[in-house]
Design a binder for this molecule. Structure first.
Ligand code: PLP
Length: 392
């Protein structure tokens, strides 16, 4: 293992603070490293492997498609991208989809579409976008500009012009920075990297009203919250609103890289052929995996089970009765905020066979596969409890 870790340090760029674990295989909600040590996974590749590991339908879709056609470019159509586009549109409030490969790319596509709409439909010469402080939208320069956190931005200035930042969950703050150039507001329903902070219902409803009144687009970034993570297909559905644009990635491909940007026709029509593209977008292999994921997630009772397991996880975390902590979230996306940095707790849990991840310095994030079992939730909470006692 040590040898591999050194090789990784020698040959890979130093962009990740990875743990010294080399993973080899996975089954259900359990991962195994190259020494055979098993880990119960409450990270899911950061809310990606929603159906866990070794899921038969995803494997069948991948193997079957790999034998037929792995790539063909957008010069031509392929069966899987058409079927996936239909499934996403028919199960959402949107009319059209654009496929790409990651979350940040889906946000780039949304930014470009919003700007094109601003220029062509609203005659704004230099369209501006409002995003939220403490948000996270990705690492490419457009998405990074939308990300309202100095720690991610400061080394890479100058960023894009035309972005303004409002306080999350503060409608007056949004109102105060809307101006005649504002073409869109981009927001996460639950700020993920920002600390698992859910938007309040009043805030989202008022935001939708104001943006609708002023013909400003509402872009909901569901890269982390989408595809069943919160107990509904999309997190905005908990709030009874319809955005104009939505971004997806992470859970969509069940572990295979894919992103998507969806929009209503009145916005989507702003793009014409040649405006935007991605070589791998709509790739038949990735779309095949996503179809298998959606079929499973949209099957009977799936969301009820996610909600029941999420409720159980929350109850078990609250039962730990740890002073000065708060448990926040929805479905199977929770954050537990402590009054001190959680890194030592996470390290101890990993040592004891439970993978966890932070969301900011003081928050432990729980994003297990959506197929997690009740007994596995018990096991995870037991490991967390022992870790808390051990580090005291
Ligand atoms: N948007 C949100 C809400 C995210 O949580 C993330 C990643 O964590 C991204 C965008 C960027 O996604 P990716 O890492 O696939 O580029």
């Amino acid at each position: 293992m040590q040898n591999l870790i050194e090789k990784s340090k020698k040959y890979k760029m130093n962009t990740y603070a990875s743990f010294d674990i080399v993973l080899e295989s996975g089954n259900g909600s359990t991962l195994k490293d190259i020494n055979g040590k098993e880990y119960l996974d409450f990270v899911s590749g950061i809310a990606v492997n929603s159906l866990g590991y070794g899921q038969t339908d995803i494997l069948k879709a991948l193997v079957g498609q790999a034998c037929m056609l792995t790539h063909c470019s957008n010069l031509y159509l392929n069966l899987n991208e058409i079927e996936l586009a239909e499934k996403l549109v028919e199960n959402s409030c949107f009319d059209k989809v654009f496929f790409c490969n990651s979350g940040t790319e889906s946000v780039e596509a949304a930014i470009k579409l919003a700007k094109k709409y601003g220029k062509t439909q609203k005659n704004i010469d230099t369209p501006e976008i409002i995003s939220m402080k403490q948000s996270f939208h990705g690492r490419t320069l457009g998405a990074l500009t939308a990300t309202g956190q100095d720690k991610y931005q400061s080394s890479f200035t100058p960023l894009l012009s035309g972005f303004n930042y409002a306080e999350f969950n503060n409608i007056e703050s949004v109102k105060s920075i809307i101006n005649e150039k504002t073409c869109a507001v981009i927001i996460e329903i639950i700020q993920g990297e920002g600390g698992i902070l859910p938007a309040t219902t009043d805030f989202i409803k008022e935001l939708r009203e104001i943006t609708q009144d002023k013909h400003i687009l509402l872009i909901i970034d569901e890269v982390q919250t989408g595809i069943g993570r919160t107990g509904k297909l999309f997190a905005h559905q908990h709030y009874g609103i319809e955005p104009d644009i939505m971004t997806l990635a992470k859970g969509l491909g069940g572990g295979v890289p894919i992103g998507a940007m969806l929009a209503k026709d009145f916005v989507a029509n702003s793009f014409i052929a040649g405006d935007h593209a991605s070589t791998f977008g709509g790739n038949p292999l990735a779309c095949g995996a996503a179809i298998a994921v959606l079929d499973k997630i949209l099957s009977d009772c799936f969301f009820d089970e996610v909600k029941a397991k999420g409720h159980y996880l929350k109850e078990r975390l609250l039962e730990l009765n740890i002073e000065n902590t708060e448990v926040r979230g929805m479905g199977l996306m929770f954050g537990m905020e402590f009054s001190f940095p959680v890194k030592p707790i996470i390290e101890k849990c990993i040592e004891n066979g439970l993978l966890l991840i932070g969301a900011g310095a003081n928050v432990i994030r729980f994003v297990p596969p959506l197929i997690i079992e009740f007994e596995e939730i018990d096991k995870a909470v037991d490991i967390l409890q022992s870790a808390l006692l051990e580090i005291k």
